[in-house]
Design a protein around this ligand. Structure first.
Ligand SMILES: O=c1ccn([C@@H]2O[C@H](COP(=O)(O)OP(=O)(O)O[C@H]3O[C@H](CO)[C@@H](O)[C@H](O)[C@H]3O)[C@@H](O)[C@H]2O)c(=O)[nH]1
Length: 464
């Protein structure tokens, strides 16, 4: 562990959403390995959520400011998981931006000046904050390079609602997407609406950040990483993923509602690669008919499974748990996803393709079965299925209700209970990407090198 150096002081401004947490894992690594002192901006309700990070990062201190009220955000809400579904999480950027004067005066009052600001790409307003403090800013993108490229493109060339597919001309291979599959953060933009104009300006401000760090790796997205370098007009785009969870993987993002011992005991009864894991991330609850289709498919296929229903209210058919007793585990609440995926008994993952789930699946070498529902998930599927060829399409869209028989076949093929030549190809590609991901983060690997390159680049700004 490196000795913390107070002259290397990073102000970190995370975005309060589960899927954006890898920023904390990244700065943990910078602190532990490279001796950076960290100040983490956090609002009071979110302070307990970052406690595990603070406990494991001795040179990190919270910088706590109450969240100012803002009309677009119901009062008392400080985290995206508590926002009603009709409010896009990015709008939490608005009240946070009101903290700028306080952050500025705090930065002037401290004995160990800030060297650098790292903030989430949903917080592009921090670009002008960094300029006022007089330090460079790193824009941290929690989506992949392709996802980031698409969101950036769509804020430059705002698409009109259309029945035709929207083609993104200057991106590699000029991909096109049906309008409803474009990220909601882009489709929600309302020209002339002051809140959305602020968000647009904020995203455009990311383009002038001094550097960009992204949670991806070269072997997975080299084409889009190169594209981003070209787009931003410099090479300070560091692909540093897959960022590893800080501390025990069992507690990533929340306390699990099932004990590790219970899970391990059950998984120990299952043959290698025989279990299908089903999860839709932290922000989506499958509808009752979707949950029924999944349940029927699990039952019909006869596969072993683990299915966390989340803290929200997924309704599953009556009697399902009794009928599948021994074959599967239904988890009510938060599951230790990373731990589950890394268990050798798990063979495939029906996922909504949130970027963290994708990377966690890649690291674990499981076969990804894709069912994108929102955000940039359709873009991630294009990457995984069409560009890399390492995933199988299971369903698509928040309104989709797949045929139980078809989904059952996909489940069975994915764990080798049914022959399917495509699955072999896909499975081999998953194993190859798993290997590439492991190589990337090891000494000499592309992501490891990018972190060192980043540390060297910012040493120019360190005052001694
Ligand atoms: O029971 C659960 C459910 C989720 N997780 C974890 O929660 C995270 C979920 O992140 P992600 O898979 O990225 O999904 P979302 O929470 O939906 O993430 C949002 O943010 C991501 C990063 O910007 C985007 O890629 C997604 O599309 C967007 O929906 C992952 O680390 C999971 O391991 C658990 O540990 N247990």
């Amino acid at each position: 562990m490196a000795t913390p150096n107070p002259t290397k002081h990073i102000l970190v401004i995370p975005f309060p959403a589960q899927g954006h947490l890898p920023l904390l894992d990244l700065v943990h690594l910078l602190s532990i390995r490279h001796g950076f002192a960290l100040s983490i901006l956090v609002t009071p309700q979110n302070l307990p959520l970052i406690q595990p990070f603070l406990s494991s990062t001795p040179a990190a201190s919270p910088l706590v400011f109450p969240l100012p009220s803002y009309p677009a955000i119901p009062s008392g809400i400080e985290h995206s998981r508590h926002l009603p579904p009709h409010i896009h999480p990015v709008l939490l950027s608005l009240p946070l931006s009101l903290l700028k004067p306080q952050i500025l005066s705090w930065s002037k009052s401290i004995p160990n000046p800030i060297t650098l600001l790292i903030s989430d790409s949903f917080l592009g307003w921090t670009e002008s904050l960094a300029r006022e403090i007089g330090v460079p800013r790193i824009n941290f993108a929690s989506t992949g390079a392709f996802g980031t490229a698409v969101i950036d493109y769509l804020y430059l060339h705002v698409p009109k609602k259309s029945n035709e597919s929207i083609q993104l001309e200057s991106l590699p291979s000029s991909p096109s997407f049906p309008y409803p599959e474009l990220p909601l953060v882009c489709r929600c933009y309302k020209p002339g609406d002051p809140d959305w104009e602020f968000i647009r300006e904020s995203i455009l401000a990311n383009f002038s950040s001094w550097g960009v760090m992204t949670n991806t790796f070269n072997a997975l997205e080299s084409e889009y990483i190169s594209y981003l370098k070209n787009f931003y007009g410099h090479n300070r785009v560091w692909a540093v993923g897959p960022i590893q969870p800080t501390g025990p993987v069992t507690s990533r993002g929340g306390n699990s509602s099932v004990s590790s011992a219970e899970l391990t005991a059950w998984l120990a009864t299952c043959p290698q690669k025989s279990v299908v894991y089903v999860c839709f991330g932290s922000q989506y609850t499958p509808s009752e008919s979707q949950a029924s289709a999944i349940a029927a498919a699990l039952e019909l296929s006869g596969v072993r499974f683990i299915w966390p229903l989340g803290g929200l209210s997924t309704v599953i058919p009556e009697g399902f748990e009794e009928r599948t007793k021994g074959k599967g585990l239904v988890i009510r609440g938060w599951a230790p996803q990373v731990e589950i995926l890394r268990h050798p008994a798990v063979g495939s993952f029906l996922t909504h393709c949130g970027w963290n789930s994708v990377l966690e699946g890649v690291v674990a070498g499981v076969t990804l079965l894709t069912w994108p529902v929102q955000a940039e998930q359709f873009i991630n599927v294009k990457l995984l299925v069409e560009a890399v060829g390492m995933a199988l399409k299971a369903a698509s869209g928040s309104d989709a209700v797949p045929e139980a028989e078809e989904l059952a076949k996909t489940f069975a093929e994915s764990v080798g209970m049914r022959a399917g030549s495509l699955t072999d190809v896909v499975r081999e590609k998953s194993v190859e990407m798993q290997r590439e991901a492991a190589v990337a983060v090891k000494e000499g690997g592309s992501s490891h090198k990018d972190i060192l390159d980043f540390v060297n680049a910012i040493s120019l700004f360190i005052r001694h």
